[in-house]
Design a protein around this ligand. Structure first.
Ligand code: UDP
Ligand code: MN
Length: 241
């Protein structure tokens, strides 16, 4: 039996949004036993995201959870946190409680579907390398004899689990066993959540061939001008584009 994978994707309104969700959604569409949890940083679910999800025909949960205003003005904004918290709360509120595995995958990231098949068998917490992260271009656990013994990451600082958001998956049993939520603390979201789950280094399950393969990338899309500025430059002859 294949455990169900709950892929949690925060998203927000911008000109790149539909392109990102189309690309990621059409990747996820090819994976069975997967529920895509798309959570908008907005007061309500927007019709264009709802239409896209319906069109894809993928099993999905569509939620909205706006970032509280006070965090917007912080020097380092905790992007996508409100969204991910809402997804965890939704999972906990279901009856009967769902089983399977939860994975955070941002709307602009890129994943090899082989990794999704590997991570659905996560017993507690699995980890794997993420490409294109910060200056080192990879963030990964260091694995020796099948065990995670350390970290390769450009920003370890005082983090106990210095991993990227896309670098770990969690069995829902751990999610259900606590009421821990991701903190609104930019840079420490992953570390503090993983600490709250109370896992030890010995329990981490290294995937991607003992963390020797990069199967997910923290890709970033170049920001385009918002439409208000574009319209001053040119307006398209087909007025609905
Ligand atoms: N995001 C969001 N609200 C925002 C900014 C970002 O929900 O105001 C989402 C975004 O769609 C992405 C995640 O949070 O899924 C991380 O944001 P981003 O990709 O901008 O951050 P970066 O990858 O540059 O750290
Ligand atoms: Mn991103």
């Amino acid at each position: 039996p294949r455990p169900v994978l709950y892929v949690v994707t925060p998203t927000y309104r911008r000109v790149e949004q539909v392109a990102e969700l189309t690309r990621l959604g059409q990747t996820l569409l090819t994976v069975p036993h997967l529920v895509w949890m798309v959570v908008e940083d907005a007061d309500a679910c927007s019709p264009h995201v709802a239409a896209l999800l319906d069109r894809l025909g993928i099993p999905y949960v569509h939620l909205a959870s706006a970032m509280p205003a006070q965090y917007r003005s912080e020097r380092y904004v905790p992007r996508g946190v409100s969204n991910r918290r809402a997804a965890m709360t939704w999972l906990r509120d279901q009856s009967p409680q769902p089983t399977g595995v939860m994975y955070f995958l941002d709307d602009d990231n890129t994943i090899d579907i082989r990794l999704l098949e590997q991570m659905r068998h996560t017993k507690k917490v699995s980890m794997f390398p993420v490409g294109l992260v910060a200056d080192y271009l990879v963030s990964s656990p260091i694995v020796q004899e099948g065990r995670v013994t350390g970290w390769f990451d450009g920003w370890i600082v005082d983090r106990q689990f210095p991993v990227d958001m896309a670098g770990f998956a969690v069995n829902l049993s751990l999610v259900m066993a606590s009421d821990a939520l991701m903190p609104y603390h930019a840079g420490y979201e992953e570390d503090k959540l993983l600490r709250a789950f109370g896992i030890t280094m010995d329990e981490i399950e290294p995937l991607a061939n003992q963390c020797t393969e990069i199967l997910v990338w923290h890709t970033k899309t170049k920001k385009n001008q918002p439409p208000s500025l574009r319209r001053e430059v040119a307006s398209h002859p087909n007025s609905n584009i």
